[in-house]
Design a protein around this ligand. Sequence first.
Ligand code: PLP
Length: 439
Amino acid sequence: MKTEPSHLFYQSRQPRPFLDYGEGIYLYDVSGKRYIDGSSGAMVSNIGHSNPTVLAKMKAQMERATFGYRLHFRTEPSEQLAAKVAGLMPAGLDRVFFVSGGSEAVETAIKLARQYAVTQGQGSRWKVISRMPSYHGATMGSLGVTGSPLFTGAFAPMFEEMPKIPAPTCYLDRDNLSEEERGIKYAEMLREKILAEGPDSVLAFLMEPVGGASTGALVAPDSYYARVAEICREYGILLIYDEVMTGAGRTGTFLAAEHWGVSPDIVAMSKGFGAGYAPLGAVVARNDMVEALLDAGGFQHGFTYAGNPLACAAGLAVLEEMEAHDIIGNAARMGDVLKARLSGLMERYPFIGDVRGKGLLLAFELVSDRETMAVLPKDWNANVELVELAYERGLIIYSRRTRGGKEGDHFLVCPPLIVTEAQIDEIMEILCDALDAFA
Ligand code: PLP
């Protein structure tokens, strides 16, 4: 593809066509070529593109006010959205702080936890334990908790590296443990880390309940979630769920936490929350924590665009649309269908080593040997090659060459939550065609 000179730059030179418009699960470039948005962008466009109801509600808000600074005015969209979100959260999580993206949400969650600890006379607590691999954002604070040498490497001297424990990559374990025992094994690594760091220095444990691009939709055994929550309680450590990717229905429930009945102390959300209609994220925390902060003089934190009425009107319209059309229920149902179809590929393609995920946060991983789960040779460049073969054929999937903090090739297949069974057939047809060309 011809690369035209551009003043714009992002992370690589990869040339891409100009986008013309989107409709439902499809995107069209200016030449008229159609793409299935099989990754919802970066797991963002949960309700599909150009939803007319959302656009009409945004337009109505735009005609009234696009911005009113939150220290000068309360706005109806932000109040209504906060109330709606609180109603969708586990009991007790009912105070909402808006931001404009996932990294901001994670930074906010960490700062909220820290300031709360200070108000409780626990100023010695500042370490946030997280997992390797993980992805929590691109800002300096969120890099400290991100377990990905690819993203953190060059900046390492510039931020505080936080303690990490291994993510529960049980599918790679070749031991005689049951799934439940494996879950406990990985959860107990948290206790070991807390004891090694000194419990009084540990502020929080931060985790993606279902991994995103860092692990390729990694789900832990059920036993993991409850044990992690117990350990946090035992040592007075705050449990923060990074639901930036998993929240707003992606895994078939509003929060992924619901699958395991866990009630974290703080939840960070973004991506599907604004669903690509506006940059939007939220941090939801326990009421008593927020009251303690406000009593102690306020939360010393904020971003200029936080809670702006246009983004909140978009977020509210997205949630209303999800409710009106049972889009989260569809994610659960279609997630089962798509996962079964992806799992079926393992018969046809011996180099697919694993299929995993929940709802419509699904991934498959390529290996050179399914028994040993050895990775493909690096020079195959599989994560780029297969993505490009699919892209040429009009299917967008998402990949990153990482596994357990090392190298590996997983591919996320995460269409908008409105996808139908017939559209899953279309996705599978193109994917098989791309895999055939790759094989
Ligand atoms: N947390 C998770 C789990 C993510 O997947 C991401 C983005 O991929 C982020 C945080 C950072 O979000 P953003 O890119 O919107 O800053």
